[in-house]
Design a protein around this ligand. Sequence first.
Ligand code: C2E
Ligand code: MG
Ligand code: MG
Length: 601
Amino acid sequence: MLSLAVAALFLIVALLLALARSRRRLRAAERREAHYRALFERAPVMMHSVDRERRLLSVNDAWLATLGYTRAEVLGRDSSEFLTPESRRRALESVVPRFVREGSLRDVDYQMRTRSGEIIDVQLSAIWETDAEGRPLRTLSVLKDVTEARRLAQRMAHLAHHDALTGLPNRVLFQDRVQLACATAHSRGSRFAVVFMDLDHFKHVNDSLGHALGDQLLTTVSARLAGILRGGDTVCRLGGDEFVMLLPDLADAGPAGEVAERILDAVAQPCWLDGTEVRIGVSLGIALYPQDGEDPATLMKRADTAMYRAKREGRNRFHFHSLAFDHEASVRLQLEADLRRGLAEGRYRLHYQPVVEARSRQLVAVEALVRWDRDGHGLQGPASFIPVAEETGFIVPLGQWILRQACEQLRAWSLAGPAPISMAINVSPLQLVEPDFADRVAQTLQATGIEGAQLVFELTESALARDPQASRDALLRIKALGIRVAVDDFGTGHSSLAHLKRFPVDTLKIDRTFVRDLETDVDSREIVRAMLALAQSLHLQVVAEGVETEAQARLLGEMACPALQGFLFGRPVEPQAIGDRLRAQAGAAPSRPQARHGLPA
Ligand code: C2E
Ligand code: MG
Ligand code: MG
């Protein structure tokens, strides 16, 4: 009996103990569960779990905090909804099928969109949780937010390839791009240019204004450069005040020269640095692929050499390296650029050639003839640049300057005392047909205090014939200002009576080729005689050009040619010499009245 009771008690104790143990195990399991849940929910990386349809089963706090949602908003939604469209497409097309196949993923790069629309970079790793038979039930995914790290890496890469001050590409990146341009141009048979640029006297700015303002100037210049270049071009700061540009896909040297021109213009604009106006120039050198080099090092060296040449020749200009290839084109571009700069730099001069009355040989007029004091080339005659100036339209601004200068000179002579003479000015057909030509002329007359009657505009027959109607209209407006019109080089163009009658012409200038042969060639003599007769019947004035000998002057005198011009009476000279001559003439014959209009009536 006792032993039975003992056995029962023992059993109860054993049962109680077992119960207690199982309770302890349960509590331990619950604690473990709570621990893992906390681990999941509070881990400082984003985690989620999805079912086989990608529906979110659980997300942790970091996931919610990073993407800005509450748990209730996201559970049950397709996890791919939170990816950017590009990442989503990649996930559905390739990543998910691979995951199903392989059972795990490691460091897959995705971009996610936060609730506020911000894009973040993540790296996702995941495994499947399976049932007892090994069938996938749900995933456990960990997402590392690598946005900051990636930004930092990008910033490092940018710093490694860009200039810290201006943000422009640096030498390393530039060389890469030139390398690429070489390969592309080689396979396509295209051309490109490398342009070196260095600010003129930058050291002076730096020394006088300080480095901070020097830096500001560099930033301003680089912004202007960036504004000029096309989308595919690259501008890089090599360091200091040196920049280099890559201009891909050029048909020829022309556009490179144009870009250089624009850069010269843009940089020349004044900069305001801390209230101080700073003006700076640049020198540029251009090397072209393939003629100047077929690899980055050669091209950069050649562009640099060309730039030094620009510096040597006086700075604030550009130079092509090319001498062999496209020589013509580069010489021509250089000429065009130099021509324009010449105007800004005041490198043009007017010389004046006397026109005398045939009988008295008194100075009655001068013809203004332009010269160009071109850097490194000496004084250039008009034959070397007027044709280019006409082709490029530069003759229009140049002609304005010539007119203004000639009028100012005329005014200066008359203020100095001598009696007024006429001023003959050569006018290009391009100027004549500018819509506002007559207005500008009127303004110049007004500004300089010169009367129209003191001027003669010289135009060639071929110039008038180019656009007869527009020329006639323009001439009528010019004549309304009192200005007379002369046909220059008469006899060399398509001389036609119709033209002479049609245009309001006052004077014929017999071309010097007829005068040259007067003594030896009967035809020339007959032609000149006929021209004089024609002029008389049309009531036109005549000037014979190119009179070099006494014999020519005598023959012309015998034919009653009223006015003569040529080396015999004076070469084109500086204004001072004309002033002296006018004073001498006035002193020698003080009572002789000068013809009002310069040419004897
Ligand atoms: P043009 O208007 O017929 O000017 C006369 C040219 O003949 C000048 O040459 C002058 O130096 C030259 N000449 C004058 N007398 C003699 C002489 O006795 N013998 C010889 N062999 N030559 C003589 P330049 O200054 O070289 O001018 C050449 C041309 O350039 C001018 O011919 C004119 O067509 C053009 N030109 C000159 N200045 C201007 C200008 O300001 N504007 C424009 N649009 N054209 C100009
Ligand atoms: Mg002339
Ligand atoms: Mg002439």
